[in-house]
Design a protein around this ligand. Sequence first.
Ligand code: DOR
Ligand code: ZN
Length: 359
Amino acid sequence: MPLQDSYELPAAADMHVHLRNAPGPIAELVTPTIRKAGVDTVFVMPNLAPKPVVSVAEALEYKAHLQALDPSVTYLMSLYLHSSITPDEIRAAKTAGIAGVKAYPRGATTNSQWGVVSFDPFHDVLKAMEEEGIVLNLHGEVPSNPTEGVTVMNAESRFLPTLRNLVEKYPRLKIVLEHCTTADAVETVRSFGENVVGTITAHHLSLLVDDWSANVNNYCKPSAKSPEDRRALLNAAVHSNGKFFLGTDSAPHDISAKKGKGNTAAGVFTQPYALGYVLTALEEAIARGDLASEKEVTEAALSGFFSTYGRAFYAIPQSIKKIRLTRGGQVVADSLKSDGAEIVPFRAGETTWGVEWLS
Ligand code: DOR
Ligand code: ZN
């Protein structure tokens, strides 16, 4: 049996998005698609180039530019964990309403060249975050290292001991293991208390390693993995109980960075259609037997995963706005294009779920 033909749900919160530099051509193209996707709140990643967001002043300036692009969205801002950040800056971040600090292991992904080599030098900053209730958002991968046998396929599993150390050392620190891609990661997140959660993207609920090795538009970090890993993610999404929620890691790159010479940029662009991609992935999972039946996909599970669990974790108000998702309501564009950029969305050209705002 398929899912219902339509769902009325609270407005969604996407707790992991890349909107790129603002003002800038990609931000101008993608920020207006947040609301169209049925989303009213986003957690914005700080890995801008040529300079990441490392201070409260920079984060607030960035936020103001995003608000100018769409004032109706709530932007939760973050800092990039960097040696220039002090415990006082963390306290100022709390006062300014900044929600999290993102740690990128150096060399693990796009714009991680200013990232973390070891967490040891950040002890005082992490203590201040624990005290202030500022979230640590982890890109949970170690960089590839052939000598040590690390490839994109085991980079997340190899990071999990670091997560365990952080939880042990900072037991009250709120931590998000971003974009979980493995059964190991799901199990590890589940083993901790309620201050440790995971986000799951829309695309990792449908992709496998074969899908990105054949198509650059499906390539991201962490990369999609095995059928067993995907099954664990699907089950975590519908049986989350607050432990897992949507963070799309929608990562727009201009078509030239995906298809040009040299290495392709990591990132799958899902922003405008993310909720529909999730529903499609759940239906495909039911058809394959990765989910036992459509009865597992309750409205409560969808509301929680799309909206209420993420807001509860970040201690922000629940949305009183409602959306309706309708099967077959729209077709994914071949690309989003302006004078300055062209971005190919995930599942381009396929029919997906439509989104309407009811209030
Ligand atoms: O695929 C990814 N793209 N993973 C990341 O961690 C960063 C992101 C980006 O910024 O493009
Ligand atoms: Zn990301």
